[in-house]
Design a protein. Structure first.
Length: 245
């Protein structure tokens, strides 16, 4: 059941944040580690398992922490084993208590961040700028992948024909007969590179010759740049909507 806090694992800034469970204060990272230890244990024991793992939560009042969630834990399905191993009521309830504490810590962190953004719009502006930069890189990576895919397809198709070719532009672009419509406008001489021409191309006459698609990617990005729209509300909350060409 500790899967509920998996998202917190990805919040690197949450790891050192303090959280209190059963009267013992630990970091979020230590609380998550305790959940992992208990989840991997096949027994219903709590303190001995945590103590063996060196977790500071081994000294907490786990009965008190688990108490509000015992009824919930009793509704969980049995493990299929006999006796106490069949249903880890207290352990499941304790794990739920730790999860709730982590959720509260995460919510408090978000609320604090929102207060900061409302007090100083520069926080919101920086977050928006970071979001735009991430989307811009994703857009560029998508264009690069698309161009390289069309080039590879063109090389494979041309290789099947074995016909001679003397075009200087990258395969799959410009006047290449296998170029898709969206790459035909880019009749740009290709610089030397690692991409290999198909059999029959004049470049194969030179030992180790190859071509680069970098100039085509640059040209496509110039024609199809990432265009974000950023709006800031009166409460300084930022909404970023993508409008890529």
């Amino acid at each position: 059941m500790h899967e509920q806090i998996v998202t917190i694992k990805g919040w690197q800034h949450m790891e050192p944040v303090p959280v209190t469970v059963g009267g013992v204060t630990v970091t979020c990272a230590e609380a998550i580690e305790a959940l992992d230890v208990l989840a991997s244990s096949r027994t219903s024991a709590i303190a001995p398992v945590l103590r063996a793992a060196g977790s500071p939560l081994a000294e907490c009042n786990y009965f008190g922490a688990a108490a509000p969630w015992v009824s919930w834990a009793k509704s969980m399905p049995k493990t299929g084993r006999a006796g106490a191993a069949g249903r880890h009521v207290t352990k499941d309830a304790f794990c739920r208590a730790v999860t709730e504490a982590l959720d509260e810590a995460g919510s408090a962190r978000v609320a604090s961040a929102m207060r900061c953004m409302r007090a100083d719009e520069r926080y919101a502006a920086q977050i928006a700028a970071d979001a735009v930069e991430v989307r811009k890189k994703e857009h560029a990576a998508g264009i690069k992948k698309a161009v390289e895919g069309e080039v590879a397809h063109a090389v494979a198709q041309c290789a099947l024909t074995g016909e001679p070719c003397a075009l200087e532009n990258a395969c799959g672009t410009g006047a290449c007969r296998f170029a898709p419509a969206w790459l035909k406008p880019y009749d740009i001489p290709a610089a030397p590179g690692k991409s290999k021409r198909p059999f029959g191309h004049m470049d194969n006459m030179a030992a180790g010759a190859g071509f680069s698609v970098a100039s085509v990617i640059t040209a496509v990005l110039a024609d199809q740049p990432y265009r974000p729209m950023v709006s800031v509300s009166d409460s300084d909350e930022v909404r970023v909507a993508e409008a890529a060409a």
